[in-house]
Write a protein that binds this ligand. Structure first.
Ligand code: GAR
Length: 187
């Protein structure tokens, strides 16, 4: 293989996982574009400040097929070979997933297969679980359902709220995601 793997990172918000991925980039992978469905995502400003190419487009008013065609075009133009979802809060269509099959990964704030979807920390606390955590998985057509590539467990402490647990899990995400991505792009 020649040179680092070329990764596009998709964000919808603050992009702290994107920042962790960017800071860990090097011989294994480089970020060729940070793309967002939210033109005002704070993470985009960080990416611009740090010299990363960005692409922003809202799907509002143009429809999902047009939005995804533009997104796909921007990623390919940037030379992306892999896609890392990092707090990207919009479902990708089956058609988009099929075009990038086996080349999209996501970070999810639970120990999958537990708590797919939203409100993962509240659900783990309400269930009386001893631990929450995060998972990096391959994206397939099934929501949060693809092969799990790596996980970190985070103990749930007495008095934890979804917010306090989320903060500790997020720190674990920042460790886990770059490490798993480096391994994954070597496959
Ligand atoms: C992270 O906790 C990530 O695991 C979660 O959103 C947060 C994004 O934070 N992702 C999902 O819930 C995906 N369904 P970030 O924008 O600071 O990386």
């Amino acid at each position: 293989m020649s040179g680092p793997a070329k990764v596009a990172v998709l964000i919808s918000g603050r992009g702290s996982n994107m920042q962790a991925l960017a800071e860990a980039a090097g011989d294994a992978y480089e970020i060729v574009v940070v793309a967002s469905d939210k033109p005002d995502a704070p993470g985009l400003a960080w990416a611009i400040q740090h010299g990363l190419p960005t692409f922003a487009l809202s799907p509002k008013g143009i429809g999902k097929p047009v939005f995804e065609a533009a997104l796909d075009g921007a990623l390919r133009e940037a030379g992306a070979e892999w896609i890392a979802l990092a707090g990207y809060m919009r479902l990708l269509s089956d058609e988009f997933v099929a075009k990038w099959r086996g080349r999209i990964v996501n970070i999810h704030p639970s120990l999958l297969p537990k708590y797919k979807g939203l409100d993962t920390h509240a659900r783990a606390i309400d269930a009386g679980d001893a631990a929450g955590g995060c998972s990096v998985h391959v994206v397939t057509e099934e929501l949060d359902g693809g092969e799990v590539l790596g996980q970190r467990e985070v103990a749930i402490l007495p008095g934890d709220t979804p917010e306090t647990l989320a903060e500790r899990v997020l720190a674990a995400e920042h460790q886990l995601y770059p490490a798993v991505l480096k391994e994954f792009v070597r496959r």
